[in-house]
Design a protein around this ligand. Structure first.
Ligand SMILES: NC(=O)c1ccc[n+]([C@@H]2O[C@H](COP(=O)([O-])OP(=O)(O)OC[C@H]3O[C@@H](n4cnc5c(N)ncnc54)[C@H](O)[C@@H]3O)[C@@H](O)[C@H]2O)c1
Length: 446
């Protein structure tokens, strides 16, 4: 039997040992899906802290319950390790390590390269390797394939290499790792076949495409689409502000069109490990080919200006109360980058807080999902959302509209509320004024 036939048989009868490299938001749920499908799964992570917690049944990922994890650890279906040599046991390896941007906004491929080096050192014939980390088109062929070939292996014959982007949407109650259709593109048709067979054991819908570059670009199109449309609707919010029109009413009315329109909502800026970063991977790749991706650059520019717009709204609202930002106590409600999750990566709240503090405000925050965070060497801790806190604040800024917050109480107690998410739209008027992201401002000359 060929390497491919042997590997397909091991996948089919669940005797393949599955490895997942990087046990974060993407890797851990994937590892557990494989374990639930009946495989023995080894999760490899460089963080001893993560490994120790997982082996004791404690999940650090909100969408993965510790109860479910503990059951799989106890049954021996899942184990975590920081020992690179355990990669030799793996028949399939999915890589889900971070792909951040460097300070220059160029791709930081350090994590992918470190994982690829470790796999190259420990790989053998009869293994399928799948990169899941979001990256620029060409990464799988240019960075991973040479590492496997340096180990004397022929891709498509001895080992199989593919790219399959993760589409996880943290906090989404409907769509998860298992039921979200998954794109798979291999270096050769045999690579696509093996990787598709692997994921078909635990995921509901597979979408094979013709190459790794296609699969890499699918992910970047999806996230660029979101970034550009959020940028467009944020610009519409600025337009509405200047025209004195309610942006939310415009969007809701436009969304009644049954075709040709997709609803996006404005906000204080974009966050998370995907939308603010991924389009820059494509922009960087295109710069190397002397092409400027104008939509990506413009959307990024508009989206990254939103925190400053929020701060201008706060300043205007305080000014109308004859107060200055300098010395005012400002309560930021919600610091996670989106509602009902605990992820603060790239959160626009960080910019809003920094800009307010730069102007001398005394900023505190409340977030039911984020007890504390560290930024610029400074520790911030969530304050309880008491009536006293709401009353003593000069202004409350709703940056993230977590569902569990009682916004009617906020309106009843706070002197001024700057609502960047339309969280208070259907509530009764309270004590103070509500300023929307797109409220007409008395200081704007139309
Ligand atoms: N979080 C999301 O919502 C999401 C969605 C789709 C795609 N992605 C992409 O998936 C990839 C992973 O993102 P994430 O959010 O899961 O990251 P994460 O930071 O939550 O997890 C990454 C894990 O990889 C580990 N790691 C780092 N270097 C390693 C190495 N060399 N070997 C083994 N482990 C290593 C880290 O310790 C960490 O536990 C990124 O490319 C991201 O763009 C993320």
């Amino acid at each position: 039997m060929s390497s491919k036939e042997q590997l397909l048989a091991k996948i089919e009868n669940r005797t393949a040992c599955i490895g997942v490299v990087g046990l974060g938001y993407v890797g851990l749920p994937l590892a557990l899906e494989f374990a639930k499908a009946g495989f023995h799964v080894i999760g490899y992570d460089v963080s001893e802290r993560v490994v120790k917690a997982l082996n004791s049944g404690k999940s650090h990922i909100q969408d993965v319950s510790s109860g479910e994890l503990a059951k799989l650890v106890k049954s021996g279906k899942f184990e975590a390790t920081a020992d690179e040599a355990r990669m030799r046991e793996m028949d399939a390896i999915s890589i889900a390590v971070p792909t951040p941007l460097a300070k220059t906004r160029d791709p930081d491929m350090g994590y992918v390269l470190a994982a690829a080096d470790a796999i190259g050192r420990n790989c053998r014939s009869g293994v399928v390797v799948v990169l899941e980390s979001t990256t620029y088109p060409g990464t799988t062929r240019e960075l991973l394939q040479p590492k496997l070939e340096a180990a004397g292996l022929t891709v498509g014959e001895d080992v199989f290499l593919a790219f399959s982007p993760e589409r996880v949407d943290p906090g989404n109650p409907t769509w998860n790792t298992k039921n979200t259709p998954k794109i798979v593109g291999g270096i050769t048709p045999a690579c696509t076949e093996v990787a598709t067979a692997l994921y078909a054991t635990c995921l509901e819908t597979l979408v094979p495409v013709s190459s790794t570059e296609t699969a890499e670009l699918v992910k970047l199109l999806e996230n660029t689409f979101r970034s550009v449309n959020i940028g467009l609707v944020n610009e519409m919010a600025i337009v509405c502000d200047k025209l004195g029109v309610n942006i939310w009413e415009v969007i809701d009315a436009a969304a009644t069109k049954p075709f040709g329109f997709m609803k996006f909502t404005p906000g204080p800026g974009i966050g998370g490990h995907c939308i603010p970063l991924d389009p820059h991977y494509l922009a960087w790749k295109m710069r190397t080919l002397n092409y400027k991706t104008r939509f990506i650059d413009l959307a990024s520019e508009i989206n990254s200006e939103m925190p400053a717009l929020v701060v201008r709204k706060v300043a205007q609202a305080l000014n109308e109360e004859k107060k200055a930002v300098n010395g005012s106590r400002i309560l930021v409600l919600g610091v996670a980058y989106k509602k009902d999750i605990d992820d603060m990566r790239e959160s626009p709240a960080l910019d809003v807080i920094r800009l307010l503090e730069q102007q001398g405000a005394d900023v505190v925050y409340h977030d039911p999902f984020v007890a504390k965070f560290r930024e610029d060497g400074h520790e911030h801790a969530s304050v309880p959302l008491t009536n006293e806190e709401l009353t003593r604040s000069d202004a409350v800024v709703i940056v993230t509209d977590h569902s569990s917050v009682d916004y009617q109480r906020v309106l009843n107690m706070a002197p001024v509320v700057i609502d960047t998410r339309n969280a208070t739209a259907r509530l009764s008027a309270g004590k103070g004024r509500v300023v929307s992201l797109a409220s007409p401002s008395p200081f704007v000359v139309a």
